[in-house]
Design a protein around this ligand. Sequence first.
Ligand code: PA5
Length: 434
Amino acid sequence: MITTRLNINGATVFAPNDILEQSEKSMDKAYQQIISQNGAGSEFLGWLGLPEEMSDSEMQRITQIAKSFQQRAEVVVVIGIGGSYLGARAVIEAMQGHFEGLHKNSDFPTVLFAGNNISEDYLFDLLQVLDNKEYGMVVISKSGTTTEPAIAFRILKEHCEKKYGKTAARERIIVITDSAKGALKQMATQENYETFVIPDNVGGRYSVLTPVGLLPITIAGYDIRNLLRGAAEMRNNLLNNNKIENNIAMQYATFRNYFYQNGKKVELMVAYEPRLYYLIEWYKQLFGESEGKDLKGIFPAGSIFSTDLHSLGQYIQEGERLLFETVISVEKSHHTVAIPYDEQNMDGLNYLQSKSLTEINHTAEIGTRMAHIDGGVPNLQILIPEICESTLGELIYFFEFSCALNGYLLSINPFNQPGVEAYKRNMFKLLGKE
Ligand code: PA5
């Protein structure tokens, strides 16, 4: 059973009463394109079955390698960009405490990320950290030819070999790439690095439930069985409910598409929990790269509230009416922090003293939703009971499925990204690459 719920009350007021019935036919067509695997890019539908396909031997290898890193590394650097790091980062940052890096006694290595930018200072700072830490690295690239991770790997490999010696460094490097092609695959074969394969039929941004996400998440100490279990629950739910009234991905896609067709070109994905920041970054990549083509597509934006209510809040309330909002709402926090009673009450906060911070955060959410709806911003709410591996698994599968549905509704291929090549062509030409 899934625990995720979709609340459409803040959206229905902006759409016809029979919006779900109206879109039944087009939604059914899009749904069938996924299920029957006959839509554009259907050779990349491998993600559909991932929650239930992990073999025992692959699971064991992931656990074993994670253990060996946990025993000898304080830091593990995950090198990758786009779909080759965002999924892992989304889950790790959602699961870990906000100040995890400052806890000295963790049983698990700190997972750091590299290869997702070309900043010299970023790599310099990272190398300084690695000078003084025991470390290992996981290099991830499906194509095996992406410039950003390739640069980072070349620099970190040299650092690692100098620090540990060539033979010992080999034991500290894991490669996740294509089964046959790409420079990274060739290097892995030549250097005899331990390697995991990204299945041919799974694209980068849909790969978090392959070793691309699962290995770093296990290294960081989180339970991938529960992550996969949550994703499997969502999969069963969405595949067994082919009618729009019972299928939350179809409902979500219906409203997204309706708002888009009616001038709401931007979806603002919001969370009131800062630890969901990278889940929103992952969502931005998933939807942005999948939908944004052929001069179509919703622009996926993200915000953490109430933080951004003090920066973007004014625009959302009174600026141009081009937004709709989707809020990931977390019902329970993991911890409690009491607001102390103060005799003098100079800050006037004693009226909050009997309330929990979570209650206050939820009240901020309710008040904001009311204000934004009044201001003409439709609101969709995705509710999860708490942040844990299984609810994150549910959300991952829910967003992947919804994204594919929305792509087919827009008659585009949700699984390619031809536009990403444009900046690379210019950069390579300017750099004089042959
Ligand atoms: O979703 C995608 O396919 C892309 O965002 C890729 O993940 C990203 O470009 C990195 O590619 P690669 O894994 O080939 O290095």
